[in-house]
Design a protein. Structure first.
Length: 334
């Protein structure tokens, strides 16, 4: 009955819009934890809370920690480590999202059919392992697919989501489109992603859309950048319009929540002033979405020094001071 209730009530009752979060990037998705960034520490989550971030997205690459033949068991030591890191966030009342990240073996047209059973086994084990986790744990099926056909992507969702729902009937699950989950793909394919219904055929209100954006590419992502500056009125308007279009998509799809799971502007951007303006623009524009988790990786998108426990206060100030409704993420002075 509870699932039926969720299927019928409007989406806007199911989420609070405009939160700010952060990614724990380059840790559990690295080939070996510690290879790309320092090994995760519990105090990170204290520092996230101290800056009033409310969600932590934890990218996880499972490939090197599970079998390559049936039953595709996930290594128990690695699963325990995932539980430990996730638990640090949950115990501090942070919302935590886990996913399948850099598992490129499934994002392959020619091998998709052969690899799908392994991917289903992955999520069956993860969903079962976290079935008793509190409601502030979230699932994201796959990060930034680029090589699958749309038919394959929707088949993947149609097969994975019901497996998750067996023991996680109302847990929020995030699905994204192709082209690195960029909003431009959603704009061109507004009905491209098929959100699987509940077993009774009713819409699953706890399925949500996730997008990622490092736009404009030539300033925020390309390394070395080919754009020397960003911040004209047309630049700002273009980024703001992208977020506005996503809010329109939400309204046109029954107020389905839209979440910006990754966004960032590289440290290598030629102008720090323009980089801070970009963060301010995104911070404000994302208020019209479910929320935003900034990409932080201890590398070219670093805003938090995980060893020194210090922050790029300029970026934080740009993000939080730009919010229209500061009571949702009231940020204390530095």
């Amino acid at each position: 009955m509870y699932a039926l209730f969720l299927a019928l009530i409007p989406q806007f009752f199911l989420h609070v819009s405009g939160f700010l979060g952060i990614n724990l990037g380059n840790v559990l998705e690295a080939p070996t934890e510690g290879e790309w960034a320092p090994v995760a520490q519990e105090y990170y989550f204290d520092d996230y809370r101290a800056q009033n971030f409310t969600r932590v997205r934890i990218p996880i690459r499972w490939d090197r920690h599970m079998g390559t033949s049936p039953p595709y068991n996930i290594d128990s030591t690695f699963m325990a480590r995932v539980h430990e890191v996730v638990g640090w966030g949950l115990s501090r009342n942070l919302t935590v999202l886990v996913n399948s990240h850099h598992d490129d073996w499934i994002d392959n047209q020619s091998n998709f059919t052969a690899m799908l059973p392994r991917f289903l086994a992955l999520w069956t084990q993860v969903a079962n392992s976290f079935s008793t986790a509190p409601s502030n744990l979230l699932f994201e099926v796959i990060n930034e697919p680029i090589s699958l056909t749309l038919s394959q992507l929707n088949e993947l969702y149609a097969r994975v989501v019901p497996l998750m729902r067996e023991n996680n009937p109302v847990r929020p699950i995030y699905l994204g489109g192709l082209s690195w989950m960029n909003p431009s793909w959603i704009e061109k394919n507004p009905d491209g992603v098929t959100f699987p219904p509940l077993q009774n055929g009713l819409p699953d209100s706890m399925l949500r859309l996730e997008v990622h954006s490092y736009d404009p590419y030539t300033f925020c992502l390309q390394n070395p950048p080919t754009s020397a500056s960003w911040g004209t009125s047309s630049d700002v308007a273009a980024v703001a319009q992208m977020y506005s279009d996503l809010a329109v998509w939400s309204k046109n799809h029954g107020n389905k929540a839209v979440y910006m799971g990754e966004a960032g502007c590289q440290v290598a951007a030629p102008s720090r002033q323009d980089r801070l303006l970009w963060y301010s623009t995104v911070g404000k524009a994302s208020m019209d979405l479910e929320g935003l988790t900034i990409w932080d990786d201890f590398g070219n998108w670093k805003i938090y020094d995980r060893n020194q426990r210090t922050w790029d206060t300029g970026v934080l100030q740009a993000l939080f001071s730009s919010r229209k409704n500061l009571e949702k993420n009231a940020h204390t002075p530095f």
